[in-house]
Design a protein. Structure first.
Length: 96
């Protein structure tokens, strides 16, 4: 799950890259959505804490911001989160 840093090396050797994501599709959707908010809309993780609810495409109902994982709301974890989810987006496919 944490080997997304190897995707660039696999791409250099033209090896197909598939990621086995064990946490379920809702969690994957949450991660991808939060990454998109950061990259496309430049939303800071601390801004998410100020929201009462967050609409996530893979969830049926809006999610209260206090229920989001602490790692996605923390500036300390942001570089890891951005690299990890960015690596997921670079892969050729994700198996859930």
């Amino acid at each position: 799950m944490f080997c997304t840093t190897m995707i660039d090396i696999a791409k250099e050797f033209s090896v197909p890259t598939l990621v086995f994501f064990t946490s379920g599709v809702a969690s994957l959707g949450l991660n991808l959505h939060l990454h998109t908010l950061r990259v496309r809309d430049n939303v800071d993780p601390t801004q998410l804490q100020q929201l009462t609810e967050l609409a996530i495409p893979t969830f049926a109902n809006p999610v209260p911001s206090y229920s989001l994982p602490g790692s996605v709301l923390s500036k300390e974890w942001e570089p890891f989160f951005m690299n990890y989810v960015g690596g997921l987006k670079k892969s050729d496919g994700i198996i859930v």
